[in-house]
Design a binder for this molecule. Structure first.
Ligand code: HEC
Ligand code: HEC
Length: 258
């Protein structure tokens, strides 16, 4: 119970500077609304958005032959549907597990192209993920009933539990910040509802593109909890839950953050 005053001491009320509606928890609100107008304008303009560099790299990679098969992604997937990114995480029948988009790409690379695997957070992996993510720009997150898969439902339930569980030395849950402290400042950031609809994002502080799982690690480390591996089942479950929680938000990949 010591954690609560500690959190309060970290948070600073900034009601005057928050231009968002007073009820910050009722509707899903994109993280975009919690950024300064300078950062928003970087996201708004594809020519200024640094994340577009990775989209362009991903587009090139998509058509490059790779591995011992010499096949490119495009050779097997001439036209992926616009909904491609919003359909992940999903149950991959071939693997028998729920995968995120990055893990699907990894699977195609090693199994179908027979090429060397990418590190989860490598430039190549981020580039392909953000390129496919950008194809879904403007598409809405659908509630789970649109994806009637038992395994996926179990994954969402696990993610919900993780989201609401207190953890780390600060003994805080994700919801303690992203539901109960929305609109307050924490170390220079305005706390948003913690949605995933802009990922991978370009973060000015990282001076790089970064994945959603990298963001999860930062938040876990922030409460001094043991972070999980990039691409771990725990983070895929969390990602599945965030899509459900953010239903109706539209994809903004690549978003720009402070
Ligand atoms: C101590 C407060 C705190 C806790 C606890 C916390 N976060 Fe965060 N989180 C932040 C801050 C600060 C940011 C950066 C500002 C923002 O976008 O909200 C952030 C950003 C995010 C974002 C990016 C939002 C965007 O639009 O770019 C996501 C997603 C997220 N958190 C998810 C989580 C999850 C999942 C957990 C639990 C594992 C969690 N957070 C726990 C403070 C917290
Ligand atoms: C030799 C053919 C082949 C190549 C090359 C290939 N894939 Fe695939 N891909 C598949 C097959 C088959 C599936 C479905 C079964 C599975 O997941 O193994 C699939 C599934 C996918 C899906 C999920 C589509 C959906 O609607 O569920 C995505 C996304 C994808 N691949 C992306 C890629 C990317 C990116 C590359 C390049 C790095 C790539 N694939 C290379 C054969 C291929």
């Amino acid at each position: 119970m010591k954690a609560v005053p500690l959190l309060l001491s970290l948070l600073v009320m900034v009601e005057a500077t928050v231009a968002i509606a007073s009820d910050t928890t009722a509707l899903p609100r994109s993280g975009y609304e919690f950024q300064s107008s300078d950062t928003q304008s970087l996201q708004d303009d594809d020519f200024k958005n640094p994340g577009m560099l990775w989209v362009d790299m991903g587009k090139i990679r998509y058509s490059e032959p790779a591995g011992s098969t010499g096949q490119s992604c495009a050779d097997c997937h001439r036209d992926l549907p616009e909904s491609v990114a919003v359909s992940f995480p999903k149950n991959n029948r071939h693997l028998g597990v729920v995968v995120d988009l990055t893990s699907q790409i990894q699977h195609c690379r090693t199994v179908h192209q027979k090429a060397e695997s990418f590190e989860y957070e490598s430039e190549a992996s981020l580039a392909l993920t953000v390129y496919l993510g950008s194809l879904s720009r403007g598409q809405a997150f659908q509630p789970v009933d649109s994806y009637p898969q038992d395994q996926l439902k179990a994954s969402i339930d696990n993610g919900r539990l993780y989201f609401n569980r207190r953890k780390g030395q600060l003994n805080l849950s994700c919801g303690n910040c992203h539901e109960e402290s929305v609109g307050k400042m924490l170390r220079g950031d305005l706390i948003s509802q913690g949605h995933s609809n802009g990922y991978p994002i370009y973060r000015l502080e990282w001076q790089s593109l970064g994945s959603l799982h990298r963001r999860f690690r930062s938040c876990d480390i922030g409460v001094r909890a043991q972070p999980h591996d990039l691409g771990s089942a725990t983070y895929i479950d969390l990602e599945a839950y965030l899509r459900e929680r953010g239903a109706k938000l539209t994809v903004e990949t690549p978003a720009v953050r402070r």
